[in-house]
Design a protein around this ligand. Structure first.
Ligand SMILES: Nc1ncnc2c1ncn2[C@@H]1O[C@H](COP(=O)(O)OP(=O)(O)OP(=O)(O)O)[C@@H](O)[C@H]1O
Length: 314
């Protein structure tokens, strides 16, 4: 079994790279391979290439970065039975690591990984989305306001500054408030396992495979990546000020008590709108909804293998 660290040098303004430099010698001694990604998308394509070139070998791909890095690792291993996944969280939000027991950023983690004996394996669900763009996600996919916030955060020149001040997670709140007073909610037709409903004044719909997003907000407290279903959270018909209250309550997962928050659960989801809305998958840009297209999201139960750490690290 090969163990390969996938290091995103851009994650949390270089945190992943700094960690890797501190353990590079241990990797060399322990026989752990490493790839430093060269650009967005590089991790997925290199993993796919490795799996195709080595069909009779197995590899454990350890993402060293944030949720964008884990999103790329998952898109790389999808469909390959010779690839497993682990995580050393080194990003700004690290929502993946809140639900999937990851390795701490330590020298010991590298040693533990090198001695890994095939135990601590778990099967988890992921989901495939198809609209203008298509791909896999493992945390959540959002349409509407939350995608707009995610786009702004990803493009923001302020991200470095927030990370340097050690308040990286607050950048989501910053852009939330910025867009709060200008965002125009839209009507969406939402079909869950064949049951369709038209919902007016939707701020956003989030489809979750695990509870967390946006750097620790518990958007779908009941989501479980092993139950073969996706959890929808729909925020609609809410005034701007109440929306702020709803959003603040998401940090603790208390938003479900608001009548403006509807939840549904299912395996196959379609969303359509006559108006445009941005889409994110695991916080990464994933196209947009418009009247010419819809998006379909389908859960694929237990289709990837995770190697968890003995102790939690985030
Ligand atoms: N070599 C690279 N150069 C530029 N961007 C890269 C490179 N490798 C990966 N990326 C991109 O970097 C982006 C950010 O990575 P990631 O999400 O892991 O870190 P983060 O934003 O700090 O953490 P989080 O998503 O947990 O808040 C992702 O969109 C990923 O595709």
């Amino acid at each position: 079994m090969k163990i390969i660290l996938i290091i995103n040098p851009k994650a949390k303004s270089g945190q992943a790279l700094r960690y890797f430099r501190s353990v590079q010698k241990v990797c060399d001694t322990e026989g752990i391979d490493y790839w430093i990604t060269k650009a967005p998308g590089d991790a997925s394509s290199r993993i796919q290439h490795w799996c195709l070139q080595n069909p009779s070998d197995k590899a454990l791909f350890v993402g060293v970065g944030g949720d964008g890095t884990m999103h790329e690792v998952l898109n790389g291993v999808a469909g390959f039975t010779n690839a497993l996944v682990a995580c050393i969280p080194a990003g700004s939000g690290n929502d993946f690591a809140r639900s999937f027991q990851s390795f701490p950023r330590s020298h010991e983690s590298i040693v533990e990984l090198s001695k890994w004996n095939g135990e601590m394996i778990e099967q988890h669900d992921s989901a495939f989305y198809e609209g203008i763009e298509s791909g896999w996600f493992v945390n959540n996919l959002g349409i509407g306001f939350d995608a707009l916030v995610a786009y702004s955060v990803n493009k923001s020149p302020l991200k470095k500054w927030f990370n340097r001040m050690k308040i990286g997670k607050l950048i989501y709140v910053f852009y939330l408030i910025r867009h709060l007073f200008t965002y125009a909610p839209i009507t969406m037709e939402i079909r869950v396992d064949g049951k369709e409903k038209s919902v007016d004044n939707v701020w956003f719909v989030t489809v979750s495979n695990q509870p967390y997003y946006g750097g620790g907000m518990k958007i779908a407290p009941n989501a479980d990546s092993r139950d073969g279903e996706l959890d929808l959270t729909i925020v609609h018909n809410v005034s701007r000020w109440k929306f702020l209250a709803v959003f603040i309550s998401v940090f603790k997962g208390n938003h479900l008590r608001f009548k403006e928050v509807t939840t549904r659960r299912g395996k196959l989801i379609h969303v359509h709108s006559e108006q445009t809305a941005k889409i994110h998958a695991d916080g990464e840009e994933a196209g947009q909804l418009s009247k010419e297209n819809s998006i379909q999201i389908e859960v694929h139960p237990q289709n990837w293998t995770f190697v968890r750490a003995h102790k939690y690290g985030s």
